[in-house]
Design a protein around this ligand. Sequence first.
Ligand SMILES: Nc1ncnc2c1ncn2[C@@H]1O[C@H](COP(=O)(O)OP(=O)(O)OP(=O)(O)O)[C@@H](O)[C@H]1O
Ligand SMILES: [Mg+2]
Length: 254
Amino acid sequence: MSVQLSVQGLCKRFGGVVASDDVSFDLKSEEHLAVIGPNGAGKSTLFKMIGGQLRPDAGQIRFDGHDITKAGPRAVWRSGLGQTFQITATFSSFTVRENVQIALMSLNRQTRNLWAAAHELHRDEAQALIDAVGIGDFAERSCGVLAYGDLKRVELAIALASRPRLLMMDEPTAGMAPAERRALMDLVTKMARREGMGILFTEHDMDIVFGHADRVLVLDQGCIVAQGSPDAVRADAKVQEIYLGTGGMADERV
Ligand SMILES: Nc1ncnc2c1ncn2[C@@H]1O[C@H](COP(=O)(O)OP(=O)(O)OP(=O)(O)O)[C@@H](O)[C@H]1O
Ligand SMILES: [Mg+2]
């Protein structure tokens, strides 16, 4: 399989903190790659650099053969790299369907129509996306009244609106009950397998990581300390050591 995302020598400092220290890895097309590591390991920083929210101090990011190191979030999104964030962000006074319609309008550069005929634009497509993530019945509810787990689903529908070839998710199931977490990840991975979409995700729930990733990459203090198959990473002595202080890899949440 060909390389879809290539990250080379990424560095990022915040004052005295080295959040990303020469991080390099490849993700092959259609691969599901999990990035794990303790709090503050640099997972979100890495994702923000790939997603265009943060500019790396050094290094290069290529997606489908194009250099996106200096691309902003919109350009990255339009290039086919969709993403959801650790902190959920939707327009709370708009309905679920309107939030997805706005994303579709933005994608099609129709945001000047926002206050005009917006109501009907991409309505069916938005509804189909909401149905696909399992919250079709909530289409008319405003996002402000949704439970956290359902908001995460809205965010997923928004990320899928661009029909991404790679979906990047920073803790997609944070704040959800265990059964709901598994259901959401089952849904996303099945959808991805069906449509040939790659997934790059971070997750603190080890059941989800080992149950859904083809490959796992471990970060600690900004450095990659291990990568490989879920079984190989689980058995890695360095990884065990990193997680020992918080209860070991056997715990569901580390
Ligand atoms: N904007 C910022 N300004 C200053 N320091 C930052 C900033 N963003 C991140 N950091 C620091 O960089 C390091 C990596 O943070 P990051 O958020 O990438 O970790 P993480 O692995 O996503 O952690 P978590 O599991 O808690 O989400 C941490 O020490 C954090 O305090
Ligand atoms: Mg984070």
